[in-house]
Design a protein around this ligand. Structure first.
Ligand SMILES: [Zn+2]
Length: 337
């Protein structure tokens, strides 16, 4: 007769071993030692025939119960270890949290919004027009006669036929005047295109804001008042403007306007090329020929118009020395605004 196996002792021993198993390898060892075909409990069950008949049933039942109990404990342990492993991979609570990057408005959008806000306060409303224009709106109606050398002032991207990419926002003047009767006081921000070599100071695409006012008795003094008021609000009270005579086909008289250099206070520096002044816009009294093109009576209606480069204003306000930075989408630049 064989020795009677001590099932309780074996079960306790197996349970303790399972408790120590910390990985799959240990679990595999446990399984083959205790639950496999050649495991301890299988051997006991196979050895039942060598026992005394009165013990066979008791030991057999106990061995089967132990086997079921250990199998359940094994399954539970295996599940717990797998869960721990998943948690360790996906949720390491010691890691710093991931920040979600927040978007923001492009610096040119911010500057445009500020310009619009300032002119809105002076009674201007916003209008826009198409970026693909016809020769008529971009040139002819603005008093650029065909083959006139003034057209060469603005290198143009021609699309096809009569169409071109607008070289300035001034065509919006014509489009608004055609639909409205004076008084009209409009601000028109938007993209313009010129076929220019790209460098630190100029780009083939840029943003311009056009402003114009047409009514009875609008004077050059009104133009100066509006521009000085704008400069003080946009750049600060210390900003001074200088008006120089100039020429544009669609204004007469015309002026180019400089602002005192904000960096050196007018003493001269690299930004202002040691002149103490920086050009910021072109302006003038709307030419009677423009009014005639839209059936306004130049004897009764007068007006002024101005055009400012938004990049130029942003560069001065924030001391940016290269226009290309606006269009490179480098977050290190954009995130500063
Ligand atoms: Zn300067």
């Amino acid at each position: 007769m064989a020795d009677v196996p001590d099932i309780d002792r074996l079960t306790a021993q197996a349970a303790a071993e399972l408790e120590r198993a910390e990985d799959q390898q240990a679990l595999d060892g446990f399984k083959s030692r205790w639950l496999g075909r050649k495991g301890e409990l299988s051997l006991i069950l196979r050895g039942l025939k060598d026992l005394a008949p009165e013990q066979r049933r008791e030991i057999g039942v106990a061995a089967n119960q132990a086997r079921e109990k250990l199998q359940a404990a094994y399954d539970q342990r295996k599940g717990a270890l797998e869960q721990n492993k998943a948690v360790a991979v996906d949720l390491d609570y010691t890691l710093p949290g991931r920040t979600v990057p927040r978007g923001g408005l492009h610096v040119l959008t911010q500057v445009t919004d500020e310009i619009v806000r300032i002119f809105y306060g002076m009674g201007f409303e916003v209008a826009d027009g198409p970026e693909i224009e016809t020769d008529y709106y971009n040139f002819t109606a603005l008093n650029f006669p065909p083959d006139h050398p003034a057209r060469d002032m603005q290198d143009t991207f021609f699309v096809e036929g009569d169409y071109l990419l607008r070289t300035h926002t001034s065509p919006v003047q014509i489009r608004v005047f055609e639909k409205r009767r004076p008084p009209v006081r409009i601000l028109a921000p938007g993209r313009s295109y010129r076929n220019e070599a790209i460098n630190a100071r100029s780009y083939c695409m840029f943003h311009q804001v056009e402003g114009f006012y047409a009514a009875a008795d609008v004077s050059f003094a009104d133009l100066k008042g509006v521009l000085v008021g704008f400069a003080e609000q946009f750049f600060g009270a210390e900003a001074k403007l200088r008006f120089r005579p100039s020429f544009f086909p669609f204004t007469e008289p015309s002026t180019e306007v400089d602002i005192s250099c904000l960096l050196c206070g007018g003493k001269g520096c690299r930004l202002c090329k040691y002149e103490g002044w920086l050009e910021i816009l072109g302006a003038g009294m709307i030419d009677p020929e423009v009014f005639r093109a839209v059936n306004y009576d130049p004897e009764r209606i007068s007006g002024f118009a101005f055009g400012m480069g938004i990049e130029r204003l942003a560069m001065m306000k924030y001391r940016i020395d290269d226009i290309r930075l606006f269009f490179e989408n480098d977050l290190r630049f954009l995130a500063q605004f």
